[in-house]
Ligand binder design. Structure first.
Ligand code: F6P
Length: 330
């Protein structure tokens, strides 16, 4: 877990991959903690692309004022193809070396940590990751920065859809993000009182789904919300709607894809606090010799998890929440 971390003099911070609410709060925490410990702090624009293009600038405490409550990431983010190449990473290291930057904090998800791990190993530069993704799919932290806000955003939308679904006796399929993880779907499905939740983690068949719809009708439900996780195994949400329509032609079925609005908005209190804690601990981890690890919180305890484990170990959805959602949606 330790790397060449003695005498760290400066820290660069970047955000990478899909943005998430609270990334700004995490950047602010890294910058202010770095300055607190008398280190130089640099911000990298556009994620790993900015490392390669030398878009690296020194930040001071005022550079991060009034961003705690702002959604997105003021440093901007990218999914860099060039950083996947050895040449790209070599150029990135050259740029950091030229500025005297000797450590890095990466705020992002799976893909970002894969790049960080390779980069740190290749050039022996200490790197610590902060989990920043709405998907909550990282092993080594019970929550990722942005997940809580995204849940609240989805919930607000589903509550509104519920109003119109009830007024018109309609069945709504609401698709939520999460890539191949069903955290957002499960949590918001339970919190919104959805009739059904279609998750990537379950092998639900059309027979199961049709049986559930029949059960709903038998229980005199006149309108229904089904939360569909984008990575589910039944298929694209519009196809699910078509198949439902074929079997239940009398049902008035609508599809709402919530899409990228789930990634925006001012971070919740929980996300701001989490981002602040993890940002400070990322810096303290670096200064204490940690490298190639992701900082996280598990059972309310601070943890550092090797990048390999954070990436390759699976973060499991809470099976008890799934069971409870089934009990409550009869
Ligand atoms: O990882 C965050 C996420 O929003 C996923 O939930 C989603 O599948 C993906 O990113 C979308 O990526 P993009 O914004 O590049 O289309």
């Amino acid at each position: 877990m330790t790397g060449n971390t003695k005498n760290i003099k400066s820290i660069a911070v970047l955000t990478s991959g899909g943005d998430s609410p609270g990334m700004n709060a995490a950047i602010r925490a890294v910058v202010r903690a770095g300055l607190f410990y008398k280190k130089k702090v640099f911000g990298v624009r556009n994620g790993y692309d900015g490392l390669i293009d030398n878009r690296i600038e020194e930040l001071d405490t005022n550079s991060v004022k009034h961003i705690l409550n702002a959604g997105g990431t003021f440093l901007k983010s990218a999914r860099s193809e060039r950083f996947r190449t050895k040449e790209g990473r070599a150029q990135a290291f050259k740029n950091l070396e030229h500025l005297g930057v000797d450590s890095l904090v990466v705020i992002g998800g799976n893909g970002s940590f894969t790049g960080a791990n390779i980069f740190s190993e290749e050039f022996e530069i200490p790197v610590v990751g902060v989990p920043g993704t709405i998907d909550n799919d990282l092993f080594g932290s019970d929550r990722t920065v942005g997940y809580d806000t995204a849940n609240n955003t989805v919930l607000e939308c589903v509550d509104k859809i519920r109003d119109t679904a009830t007024s018109h006796n309609r069945l709504f399929l609401v698709e939520v993000m999460g890539r191949d993880a069903g955290f957002i779907a499960l949590n918001t499905g339970l919190a919104s009182g959805a009739f059904d939740i279609i998750l990537p983690e379950e092998n639900k068949t059309y027979e199961d789904l049709f049986a559930e719809v029949k059960r709903g009708a038998a229980n005199k439900k006149t309108s229904n919300i089904i939360i569909v996780s984008e990575g589910n195994k039944l298929g694209p949400t519009y196809d699910i709607a078509k198949n439902l329509h074929k079997n239940f032609p009398h049902l008035d079925i609508k599809v709402t894809i919530l899409g990228h609005l789930q990634r925006g908005g001012s971070p919740s209190c929980l996300d701001r606090v989490l981002a602040s804690e993890l940002g400070v601990h990322a810096v303290e981890g670096l200064l204490n010799g940690k490298s190639r690890v992701m900082v996280g919180k598990v059972n309310n305890q601070l943890t550092y998890t090797f990048f390999e484990q954070a990436i390759f170990n699976k973060a499991y959805i809470n099976q008890d929440l799934l069971r409870i959602s089934k009990i409550l949606s009869i």
